[in-house]
Design a protein around this ligand. Structure first.
Ligand SMILES: Cc1ncc(COP(=O)(O)O)c(C=O)c1O
Length: 400
């Protein structure tokens, strides 16, 4: 019988078809592992064989998935809703908070738009005011924190929404400090965790986080179409079910399985985060996410973070020696698993990126930065391979 090998930090054996020589684009889209592929195939096989009979076991799988996610962020499974993406989670929140006209939403320049557009739309719908903070700089986080303090002291701040890790610089935001400030000023703290979950430890309790929205296709090592929204238990009662569907009701499924007389249109909407699971979700994507989080839990998020830092150290040192500028914070507490760099003057980042890609080094280039994002299957030895490829690319560009 074929058994699935246990995951090991620094081993690519679960990614046998990955073509890149070195894969450093986990902050963009992750390749999927053998167990994730097997889970999706199992869904398809079950639906092919059983049709509707496949539905109940895979619903049960989602409940298990929530338990694992909950353990990974130090929450309870009941405080999670499964949603299709980071954006879907943030949009649900922006729509369902019990806004009062004039409420303020604090946003940050340079944020990924997923954590901006829903708030801007809510501002138009509900008469809210957006307050902008400057883009946080890795070596000057106090400037951003001071701006946050000023905004909070000015009053009427209902929501502070930030990404746990800034997508273009890799700066890990000081979440516990922000959470404490929000609590002190009675503001609600929303975190977009898609650049963190899977590689950077998160603890919603210790960090004072009220809501987390996260998709699965980056550091979670899974597929698009799956994600979660965490709602702190004391925030549930105030959410308005402006986004609700047939699967938002208490016992809303019973009429399909338990005979006549149960099709009621006045069943209450659940006062639980999962009221936001409004209708059917992608079984395949959540099966994939289930297999992916099992791997992450087996490896341990802190262990993954610790494994990646020496890889980033080696890459950063080599690139600094070649005249690159690093955006990685010197304060270890503000680091993530992403290293963003700017090439030496005169080197076009897109041309460099294309040459690296052609040479089998997968990276990404958000907002003009070259972003190197290794994860648990990467190794320190790969840094030398990447640096050789960078040398070759720089020579190529210089000769052009
Ligand atoms: C910080 C951040 N938020 C959100 C997203 C994407 O959101 P979604 O999962 O809704 O596509 C990305 C990248 O794609 C991101 O870097």
């Amino acid at each position: 019988m074929k058994t699935t090998p246990l995951p090991q930090l620094g081993q690519r054996t679960l990614f046998p078809d990955l073509q890149s020589r070195v894969y450093l684009a986990h902050a963009a889209v992750s390749p999927v592992s053998t167990p994730v592929r097997a889970a999706v195939n199992a869904v398809l096989d079950d639906y092919a064989r059983l049709g509707v009979g496949a539905f109940p076991p895979w619903i049960a799988q989602r409940l298990r998935l929530k338990e694992v996610i909950a353990r990974l962020i130090h929450a309870e499974a009941d405080d999670l809703a499964l949603v299709q993406s980071t954006t879907a989670g943030l949009m649900a929140l922006a729509l369902c908070l019990d806004w009062k006209p004039g409420d303020r939403v604090v946003l940050t320049r340079g944020e990924f738009p997923a954590n901006v557009t829903p708030w801007q739309q809510a501002a138009k719908q509900f008469g809210l005011e957006i307050v902008w903070l400057p883009q946080p700089q890795p070596e000057a986080i106090d400037v951003w924190l001071d701006a946050l303090r000023i905004a909070l002291r000015a009053g009427r701040v209902r929501v502070v929404a930030v990404s746990a890790v800034q997508f273009q610089t890799g700066l890990q935001m000081p979440l516990a400090t922000i959470g404490a400030l929000c609590q002190a000023h009675d503001a609600e703290f929303v975190v977009d965790a898609v650049q963190a979950f899977g590689a950077v430890p998160l603890n919603v309790r210790e960090m004072g986080i009220d809501y987390v929205a996260c998709g699965a296709h980056k550091w979670c090592n899974s597929l698009e179409g799956a994600g979660f929204l965490y709602v702190a238990p004391h925030r549930i009662a105030a959410l308005q079910p402006r986004m609700a569907g047939w699967l938002s009701h208490e016992d809303g499924l019973l009429f399909l399985f338990r005979g006549a007389g149960l099709l009621l249109h006045d069943r209450p909407i659940r006062q639980r985060a999962d009221f936001l699971e409004i209708g059917n979700l992608s079984t395949a994507s959540f099966a994939a996410m289930g297999a992916a989080v099992d791997l992450l839990e087996a490896l341990g998020i802190q262990a993954i973070f610790n494994h990646v830092q020496p890889i980033l150290d080696a890459l950063e040192a080599g690139l600094l020696a070649r005249g690159f500028t690093s955006m990685r914070a010197t304060d270890p507490a503000l680091r993530s698993c992403t290293l963003s760099i700017l090439p030496p003057q005169g080197v076009d980042v897109l041309s460099l990126y294309k040459l690296l890609t052609a040479d089998g080094i997968a990276t990404s280039v958000p907002d003009g930065y070259l972003r190197l994002a290794p994860h648990w299957p990467n190794t320190v030895d790969e840094a030398a391979v990447v640096l050789d490829a960078v040398d070759a690319a720089l020579q190529n560009l210089a000769a052009a």
